[in-house]
Write a protein that binds this ligand. Structure first.
Ligand code: THU
Length: 129
């Protein structure tokens, strides 16, 4: 786990966060052990900002990956980088509800959750016709 956290911390240097100055790094690990990393990427039109978790997940998905074991999210801020609702919804699209979500703050406070505990009721599209 330490190696994944260190990889995610390395991504803090790639974060593009000139507006919030809140840098986030993420690494997602596939079931076969491959890893994909991401960082938050802000935009002057704030709503276009992409979170680190989604950057990592989209990188993995676009490389053809479909099965995931765990995701690490780190920040260099002392508050724990709990994933936002949009990122949790994207995780729930591609990951099992027992995905391990490992969070680490700048002061090395470490907390580990299962996706189902952070996001028990994801949106699901059900067609009635
Ligand atoms: N951010 C993430 O990268 N992940 C989250 O789950 C929540 C927020 C980023 C987006 C923005 O660049 C900065 O943190 C402040 O909201």
């Amino acid at each position: 786990m330490k190696k994944l956290i260190d990889m995610a911390k390395d991504m803090l240097d790639r974060a593009y966060a000139p507006y919030s100055h809140y840098r986030v790094g993420s690494v997602i690990e596939t079931s076969s052990g491959r890893v994909y990393s991401g960082c938050n990427i802000e935009n002057t039109s704030f709503g276009l900002t992409v979170c680190a978790e989604r950057a990592a997940i989209f990188k993995a998905i676009s490389e053809g990956e479909r099965a995931f074991r765990r995701i690490v999210v780190v920040s260099d801020n002392d508050s724990l980088p709990v994933p936002c609702g949009a990122c949790l919804q994207v995780m729930s699209e591609f990951c099992n509800d027992d995905l391990e979500v490992i969070l680490c703050s700048g002061n090395n406070n470490l907390e580990v959750y299962r996706l189902k505990d952070l996001f028990p009721k994801p949106f699901r599209l059900t067609r009635t016709e």
